[in-house]
Design a binder for this molecule. Sequence first.
Ligand SMILES: O=C(O)[C@@H](CO)OP(=O)(O)O
Length: 345
Amino acid sequence: MAATAFTGSIGTNQSRGYVGNSALHQEYGNSSLRLTSKGFKVDLGLLGKERHCSRKRGFCLIQASSSQIPVSDQVSTPLNNTKVDSPKKSSEAALILIRHGESLWNEKNLFTGCVDVPLTKKGVEEAVEAGKRISNIPVDMIYTSALIRAQMTAMLAMTQHRRKKVPIVLHKESEQAKSWSQVFSEETGRQCIPVVTAWQLNERMYGELQGLNKQETADKYGKEQVHEWRRSYDIPPPNGESLEMCAERAVAYFKQQIEPQLRAGKNVMIAAHGNSLRSIIMYLDKLTSQEVISLELATGIPMLYIVKEEKYIRRGSPAAPSEAGVYAYTKNLARYRQKLDEMIH
Ligand SMILES: O=C(O)[C@@H](CO)OP(=O)(O)O
Protein backbone atom coordinates (compact mmCIF):
# COMPACT_ATOMS: atom_id res chain seq x y z
CA MET A 1 0.00 0.00 0.00
CA ALA A 2 2.61 2.49 1.08
CA ALA A 3 4.74 1.73 -1.96
CA THR A 4 1.82 2.61 -4.16
CA ALA A 5 1.47 5.85 -2.31
CA PHE A 6 5.12 6.69 -2.83
CA THR A 7 5.04 5.87 -6.49
CA GLY A 8 1.97 8.03 -6.84
CA SER A 9 3.55 10.93 -5.10
CA ILE A 10 7.01 11.01 -6.57
CA GLY A 11 6.09 9.66 -9.97
CA THR A 12 3.27 12.08 -10.24
CA ASN A 13 5.56 15.03 -9.79
CA GLN A 14 7.70 13.87 -12.62
CA SER A 15 5.11 12.75 -15.05
CA ARG A 16 2.54 15.43 -14.52
CA GLY A 17 4.98 18.25 -14.67
CA TYR A 18 4.59 21.57 -13.06
CA VAL A 19 2.28 24.36 -13.97
CA GLY A 20 3.98 27.70 -13.87
CA ASN A 21 7.66 27.13 -13.26
CA SER A 22 9.79 24.87 -15.37
CA ALA A 23 12.80 25.40 -13.11
CA LEU A 24 11.02 23.65 -10.28
CA HIS A 25 9.94 20.85 -12.53
CA GLN A 26 13.62 20.25 -13.21
CA GLU A 27 14.22 19.90 -9.51
CA TYR A 28 11.95 16.91 -9.43
CA GLY A 29 13.29 15.31 -12.56
CA ASN A 30 15.76 13.08 -10.74
CA SER A 31 13.61 11.84 -7.88
CA SER A 32 13.19 8.10 -7.75
CA LEU A 33 11.78 5.27 -5.67
CA ARG A 34 13.35 1.87 -5.12
CA LEU A 35 11.83 -1.07 -3.35
CA THR A 36 14.21 -2.94 -1.07
CA SER A 37 13.85 -6.04 1.05
CA LYS A 38 13.25 -4.06 4.24
CA GLY A 39 11.07 -1.38 2.82
CA PHE A 40 11.86 1.13 0.15
CA LYS A 41 14.33 3.85 -0.50
CA VAL A 42 13.37 7.20 -1.77
CA ASP A 43 16.11 9.00 -3.57
CA LEU A 44 15.00 12.57 -3.74
CA GLY A 45 17.52 13.98 -6.14
CA LEU A 46 16.75 17.44 -4.98
CA LEU A 47 17.85 16.55 -1.47
CA GLY A 48 20.90 14.77 -2.76
CA LYS A 49 20.42 11.98 -0.24
CA GLU A 50 18.57 8.77 0.31
CA ARG A 51 16.05 8.11 3.02
CA HIS A 52 15.06 4.74 4.28
CA CYS A 53 11.43 4.07 4.96
CA SER A 54 9.87 1.29 6.93
CA ARG A 55 7.14 -0.78 5.30
CA LYS A 56 5.87 -1.87 8.69
CA ARG A 57 4.76 1.55 9.72
CA GLY A 58 3.25 2.44 6.42
CA PHE A 59 4.77 5.88 6.38
CA CYS A 60 8.13 7.52 6.01
CA LEU A 61 9.53 10.63 7.56
CA ILE A 62 12.08 12.37 5.44
CA GLN A 63 14.16 14.51 7.74
CA ALA A 64 15.88 17.44 6.20
CA SER A 65 19.49 17.70 7.26
CA SER A 66 19.16 21.41 7.77
CA SER A 67 18.47 22.66 11.28
CA GLN A 68 15.44 24.44 9.91
CA ILE A 69 12.13 22.64 9.87
CA PRO A 70 10.54 22.68 6.45
CA VAL A 71 6.86 22.94 5.68
CA SER A 72 6.72 19.22 5.08
CA ASP A 73 7.72 18.36 8.62
CA GLN A 74 4.49 19.72 9.95
CA VAL A 75 2.56 16.54 9.43
CA SER A 76 2.42 14.28 12.44
CA THR A 77 1.70 10.67 11.73
CA PRO A 78 -1.40 9.13 13.22
CA LEU A 79 0.40 5.83 13.64
CA ASN A 80 3.02 6.63 16.23
CA ASN A 81 2.08 10.13 17.33
CA THR A 82 5.49 11.40 16.30
CA LYS A 83 5.16 15.10 16.65
CA VAL A 84 6.53 16.94 13.67
CA ASP A 85 4.07 19.81 13.65
CA SER A 86 6.49 22.38 14.96
CA PRO A 87 7.32 24.83 12.23
CA LYS A 88 9.20 27.14 14.58
CA LYS A 89 12.10 28.07 12.38
CA SER A 90 11.09 27.40 8.84
CA SER A 91 12.73 29.33 6.04
CA GLU A 92 9.58 28.91 4.01
CA ALA A 93 5.86 29.20 4.57
CA ALA A 94 2.76 28.92 2.43
CA LEU A 95 0.27 31.77 2.29
CA ILE A 96 -3.15 31.04 0.81
CA LEU A 97 -5.52 33.87 0.03
CA ILE A 98 -9.10 33.12 -0.77
CA ARG A 99 -11.96 35.42 -1.59
CA HIS A 100 -15.24 34.07 -0.21
CA GLY A 101 -17.58 32.08 -2.45
CA GLU A 102 -20.57 33.74 -4.09
CA SER A 103 -22.85 35.46 -1.56
CA LEU A 104 -26.58 36.03 -1.82
CA TRP A 105 -25.90 39.66 -2.69
CA ASN A 106 -23.23 38.80 -5.28
CA GLU A 107 -25.93 36.72 -6.89
CA LYS A 108 -28.34 39.67 -6.83
CA ASN A 109 -25.60 42.04 -8.06
CA LEU A 110 -25.90 44.30 -4.99
CA PHE A 111 -23.12 46.34 -3.38
CA THR A 112 -22.40 44.43 -0.18
CA GLY A 113 -19.45 46.00 1.64
CA CYS A 114 -19.72 45.39 5.38
CA VAL A 115 -23.27 43.98 5.28
CA ASP A 116 -23.02 40.46 6.67
CA VAL A 117 -24.54 38.26 3.95
CA PRO A 118 -24.14 34.46 3.74
CA LEU A 119 -23.10 32.30 0.82
CA THR A 120 -25.41 30.97 -1.88
CA LYS A 121 -25.49 27.26 -2.67
CA LYS A 122 -23.10 28.04 -5.52
CA GLY A 123 -20.87 29.87 -3.02
CA VAL A 124 -20.87 26.81 -0.76
CA GLU A 125 -19.83 24.66 -3.73
CA GLU A 126 -17.11 27.12 -4.68
CA ALA A 127 -15.73 26.99 -1.15
CA VAL A 128 -15.67 23.18 -1.22
CA GLU A 129 -13.93 23.25 -4.61
CA ALA A 130 -11.40 25.73 -3.26
CA GLY A 131 -10.79 23.35 -0.38
CA LYS A 132 -9.99 20.55 -2.81
CA ARG A 133 -7.43 22.76 -4.52
CA ILE A 134 -5.61 23.44 -1.30
CA SER A 135 -6.15 20.03 0.25
CA ASN A 136 -2.44 19.17 -0.04
CA ILE A 137 -1.07 22.48 1.18
CA PRO A 138 -0.23 22.86 4.87
CA VAL A 139 -2.39 25.22 6.93
CA ASP A 140 -1.36 26.07 10.50
CA MET A 141 -3.39 29.22 11.08
CA ILE A 142 -6.49 30.70 9.50
CA TYR A 143 -7.44 34.36 9.45
CA THR A 144 -10.88 35.42 8.32
CA SER A 145 -12.80 38.65 8.36
CA ALA A 146 -15.57 39.12 10.89
CA LEU A 147 -18.13 38.47 8.14
CA ILE A 148 -19.96 35.18 7.78
CA ARG A 149 -19.30 34.71 4.04
CA ALA A 150 -15.54 34.62 4.63
CA GLN A 151 -15.89 32.39 7.69
CA MET A 152 -18.18 29.96 5.88
CA THR A 153 -15.68 29.81 3.04
CA ALA A 154 -12.76 29.04 5.34
CA MET A 155 -14.64 26.34 7.22
CA LEU A 156 -16.08 24.68 4.13
CA ALA A 157 -12.70 24.71 2.42
CA MET A 158 -11.11 23.02 5.42
CA THR A 159 -13.60 20.15 5.30
CA GLN A 160 -11.69 19.03 2.20
CA HIS A 161 -8.20 19.19 3.64
CA ARG A 162 -6.46 15.83 3.73
CA ARG A 163 -4.71 16.54 7.00
CA LYS A 164 -8.09 16.56 8.75
CA LYS A 165 -7.16 19.03 11.43
CA VAL A 166 -10.16 20.84 12.89
CA PRO A 167 -10.42 24.62 12.46
CA ILE A 168 -11.41 26.19 15.80
CA VAL A 169 -12.54 29.80 16.08
CA LEU A 170 -10.69 31.66 18.83
CA HIS A 171 -12.99 33.87 20.85
CA LYS A 172 -11.14 36.73 22.42
CA GLU A 173 -13.91 39.27 22.80
CA SER A 174 -13.80 38.96 26.59
CA GLU A 175 -11.81 37.16 29.26
CA GLN A 176 -14.80 34.92 29.81
CA ALA A 177 -15.04 34.04 26.11
CA LYS A 178 -11.35 33.16 26.19
CA SER A 179 -11.62 31.01 29.27
CA TRP A 180 -14.86 29.31 28.24
CA SER A 181 -13.44 28.15 24.93
CA GLN A 182 -10.32 26.45 26.26
CA VAL A 183 -9.26 22.99 25.11
CA PHE A 184 -7.92 20.73 27.87
CA SER A 185 -6.09 18.11 25.86
CA GLU A 186 -2.69 18.82 24.35
CA GLU A 187 -3.21 16.14 21.76
CA THR A 188 -6.58 17.57 20.72
CA GLY A 189 -4.96 21.00 20.61
CA ARG A 190 -2.37 19.70 18.17
CA GLN A 191 -5.13 18.49 15.89
CA CYS A 192 -6.75 21.93 15.74
CA ILE A 193 -6.11 24.91 13.50
CA PRO A 194 -6.67 28.25 15.25
CA VAL A 195 -9.03 30.55 13.36
CA VAL A 196 -8.62 34.25 14.08
CA THR A 197 -11.43 36.54 13.02
CA ALA A 198 -10.58 40.18 12.42
CA TRP A 199 -12.82 43.06 11.31
CA GLN A 200 -9.75 44.63 9.74
CA LEU A 201 -10.01 42.02 6.97
CA ASN A 202 -13.66 42.92 6.26
CA GLU A 203 -14.79 44.04 2.84
CA ARG A 204 -14.31 47.73 2.24
CA MET A 205 -17.23 49.72 3.62
CA TYR A 206 -19.24 50.73 0.56
CA GLY A 207 -21.02 53.64 2.24
CA GLU A 208 -24.26 54.71 0.64
CA LEU A 209 -23.90 52.16 -2.13
CA GLN A 210 -24.48 49.22 0.25
CA GLY A 211 -27.62 47.37 -0.81
CA LEU A 212 -27.91 49.19 -4.17
CA ASN A 213 -27.99 47.26 -7.41
CA LYS A 214 -24.71 47.70 -9.30
CA GLN A 215 -26.33 47.91 -12.72
CA GLU A 216 -28.99 50.38 -11.60
CA THR A 217 -26.31 52.50 -9.91
CA ALA A 218 -24.29 52.55 -13.16
CA ASP A 219 -27.44 53.52 -15.10
CA LYS A 220 -28.09 56.36 -12.67
CA TYR A 221 -24.59 57.77 -12.09
CA GLY A 222 -22.82 56.60 -15.26
CA LYS A 223 -20.57 53.63 -15.86
CA GLU A 224 -17.35 55.63 -15.43
CA GLN A 225 -18.37 57.09 -12.09
CA VAL A 226 -19.35 53.69 -10.72
CA HIS A 227 -16.15 52.11 -12.05
CA GLU A 228 -14.18 54.86 -10.29
CA TRP A 229 -15.98 54.12 -7.01
CA ARG A 230 -15.45 50.41 -7.41
CA ARG A 231 -11.89 50.21 -8.65
CA SER A 232 -9.95 53.43 -8.18
CA TYR A 233 -7.38 53.47 -5.42
CA ASP A 234 -8.13 56.69 -3.62
CA ILE A 235 -11.65 57.79 -4.55
CA PRO A 236 -14.16 56.61 -1.92
CA PRO A 237 -17.78 55.82 -2.73
CA PRO A 238 -20.18 58.27 -1.01
CA ASN A 239 -19.52 58.00 2.74
CA GLY A 240 -17.60 54.77 2.27
CA GLU A 241 -13.99 53.61 2.17
CA SER A 242 -11.64 53.95 -0.79
CA LEU A 243 -9.30 51.04 -1.46
CA GLU A 244 -6.59 53.17 0.12
CA MET A 245 -8.62 53.51 3.33
CA CYS A 246 -9.37 49.79 3.31
CA ALA A 247 -5.65 49.09 2.88
CA GLU A 248 -4.84 51.25 5.90
CA ARG A 249 -6.54 48.71 8.16
CA ALA A 250 -6.21 45.47 6.15
CA VAL A 251 -2.53 45.81 5.23
CA ALA A 252 -1.67 47.17 8.67
CA TYR A 253 -3.32 44.09 10.20
CA PHE A 254 -1.48 41.83 7.77
CA LYS A 255 1.86 43.42 8.69
CA GLN A 256 1.25 43.43 12.43
CA GLN A 257 -0.50 40.10 12.96
CA ILE A 258 0.02 37.80 10.00
CA GLU A 259 3.55 38.55 8.79
CA PRO A 260 5.12 37.55 12.14
CA GLN A 261 3.38 34.16 11.85
CA LEU A 262 4.70 33.66 8.34
CA ARG A 263 8.17 34.67 9.45
CA ALA A 264 7.94 32.02 12.17
CA GLY A 265 7.26 29.44 9.47
CA LYS A 266 3.51 29.11 10.04
CA ASN A 267 1.46 28.30 6.97
CA VAL A 268 -1.42 30.72 6.82
CA MET A 269 -4.74 30.86 5.02
CA ILE A 270 -6.63 34.15 4.79
CA ALA A 271 -10.30 34.03 3.81
CA ALA A 272 -11.52 37.52 3.08
CA HIS A 273 -13.05 39.77 0.42
CA GLY A 274 -12.54 41.23 -3.03
CA ASN A 275 -11.23 44.58 -1.84
CA SER A 276 -9.51 43.72 1.43
CA LEU A 277 -7.59 41.05 -0.50
CA ARG A 278 -6.89 43.42 -3.41
CA SER A 279 -5.22 45.76 -0.94
CA ILE A 280 -3.16 42.93 0.55
CA ILE A 281 -2.15 41.66 -2.90
CA MET A 282 -1.17 45.21 -3.84
CA TYR A 283 1.24 45.09 -0.91
CA LEU A 284 2.51 41.55 -1.61
CA ASP A 285 2.99 42.07 -5.35
CA LYS A 286 4.13 45.70 -4.98
CA LEU A 287 1.45 46.92 -7.36
CA THR A 288 1.09 50.63 -8.07
CA SER A 289 -2.20 52.45 -7.51
CA GLN A 290 -2.65 52.28 -11.31
CA GLU A 291 -1.94 48.57 -11.55
CA VAL A 292 -4.37 47.65 -8.78
CA ILE A 293 -7.27 49.12 -10.77
CA SER A 294 -7.30 46.14 -13.12
CA LEU A 295 -6.83 43.53 -10.37
CA GLU A 296 -10.03 41.47 -10.16
CA LEU A 297 -10.51 38.47 -7.87
CA ALA A 298 -12.96 35.70 -8.65
CA THR A 299 -15.07 34.25 -5.84
CA GLY A 300 -13.76 31.03 -4.30
CA ILE A 301 -10.46 30.76 -6.17
CA PRO A 302 -7.52 30.25 -3.79
CA MET A 303 -4.18 31.87 -4.54
CA LEU A 304 -0.92 30.57 -3.24
CA TYR A 305 2.19 32.51 -2.25
CA ILE A 306 5.41 31.07 -0.95
CA VAL A 307 7.00 33.25 1.68
CA LYS A 308 10.74 32.91 1.65
CA GLU A 309 13.39 35.20 3.06
CA GLU A 310 10.74 37.87 3.60
CA LYS A 311 9.77 37.77 -0.08
CA TYR A 312 6.35 36.83 -1.38
CA ILE A 313 6.53 34.56 -4.38
CA ARG A 314 3.20 34.26 -6.18
CA ARG A 315 2.48 30.72 -7.34
CA GLY A 316 -0.98 31.23 -8.84
CA SER A 317 -3.92 29.07 -7.94
CA PRO A 318 -3.29 25.42 -7.07
CA ALA A 319 -5.01 22.96 -9.38
CA ALA A 320 -7.47 20.42 -8.01
CA PRO A 321 -5.76 17.19 -6.85
CA SER A 322 -7.07 15.34 -9.89
CA GLU A 323 -5.52 17.86 -12.29
CA ALA A 324 -1.98 18.00 -13.59
CA GLY A 325 0.85 19.68 -11.73
CA VAL A 326 -0.73 19.97 -8.33
CA TYR A 327 2.13 19.19 -6.02
CA ALA A 328 5.39 20.52 -7.23
CA TYR A 329 5.13 24.10 -6.09
CA THR A 330 8.25 23.80 -3.99
CA LYS A 331 10.19 20.85 -2.71
CA ASN A 332 8.80 21.40 0.79
CA LEU A 333 5.22 21.36 -0.44
CA ALA A 334 5.94 18.23 -2.46
CA ARG A 335 7.30 16.57 0.67
CA TYR A 336 4.25 17.59 2.64
CA ARG A 337 2.02 16.13 -0.05
CA GLN A 338 4.08 12.98 0.01
CA LYS A 339 3.60 12.60 3.75
CA LEU A 340 -0.13 13.03 3.40
CA ASP A 341 -0.13 10.24 0.84
CA GLU A 342 1.81 8.06 3.24
CA MET A 343 -0.52 8.79 6.16
CA ILE A 344 -3.59 7.97 4.15
CA HIS A 345 -2.42 4.81 2.43
O1 LIG B 1 -20.19 44.62 -3.30
C1 LIG B 1 -19.07 44.43 -2.76
O2 LIG B 1 -18.90 44.47 -1.53
C2 LIG B 1 -17.86 44.18 -3.62
C3 LIG B 1 -17.53 42.72 -3.68
O3 LIG B 1 -18.61 41.95 -4.05
O4 LIG B 1 -18.15 44.67 -4.90
P1 LIG B 1 -17.10 45.22 -5.93
O5 LIG B 1 -16.61 44.06 -6.73
O6 LIG B 1 -17.92 46.17 -6.76
O7 LIG B 1 -16.01 45.95 -5.20
